[in-house]
Ligand binder design. Sequence first.
Ligand code: SF4
Length: 270
Amino acid sequence: MTPGDALLDELADLTDEVRSLVEALARSGHREVEKGTGDPAWPSAGSAPAPRRGSSHPPGPRPAPLASDEDAEGAWSRFGGTGDPAARLEALRQRVEACTRCPLASTRRHVVFGEGQPGAILAVVGEGPGAEEDATGRPFVGEAGQMLDRMLTRVLEMKREQVYIANVVKCRPPGNRDPTPAELETCRGYLEEQLAIVRPRCLLALGRHASRFLLQSEQGIKTLRGTWGAWHGIPVMPTFHPAYLLRNPADKMLTFQDLKVLKARLAGGR
Ligand code: SF4
């Protein structure tokens, strides 16, 4: 198959996807999507109304009663920490990059600490580095990273630089196996420190492992996604991992709904 053939196949898949999205949204009353522009795999960010508390919610997630942003700030204050956040984050980076506390240190090529600035209103949390992340030392690169970028820009209308991105474990498990409970537990403190310095208003948990880890749940991502949870009092929206969406593009519709709920909260809606 030539690159041109592959591109045509991709376009055909995307056309099928957008047709099913439009039909689903039209059935639920969101006819504005018919005027949407941009990536057909992601309806335009303004195409579906933000859910309102007390309103009937379109298919998909129904937001739980939400704490105020002041509550989130109060939750962060329990972590303490003083001094310049950027300097603290850099000091933490240096500690993590020298870490040998678990066996993953012996097989990693690079520690993938995370990216972003203190004060980001949203932190995106994934599971752990894959091969490309291990090779580059950066989170969410490659195809899954490009998918994440589209989720951010085309639905949340945010650039990657505006969010904080980190994984639950900082070193790649060999062969892309799941991190063990002991590895997760050993690395846990680093993520907590990162988030306590950044102090995001909300967390977006990508995939089963990050969602189960943050929410301390044994449930699967298909059950967890789209419903607000909390991590130390900070609101968490679980949704599918971008790598999963690459394999299961039909579920982009569900992630679109999850991100719309998150977007409404970040904008101050309830
Ligand atoms: S995964 Fe975490 S705890 Fe294990 S070596 Fe890497 S940074 Fe240290």
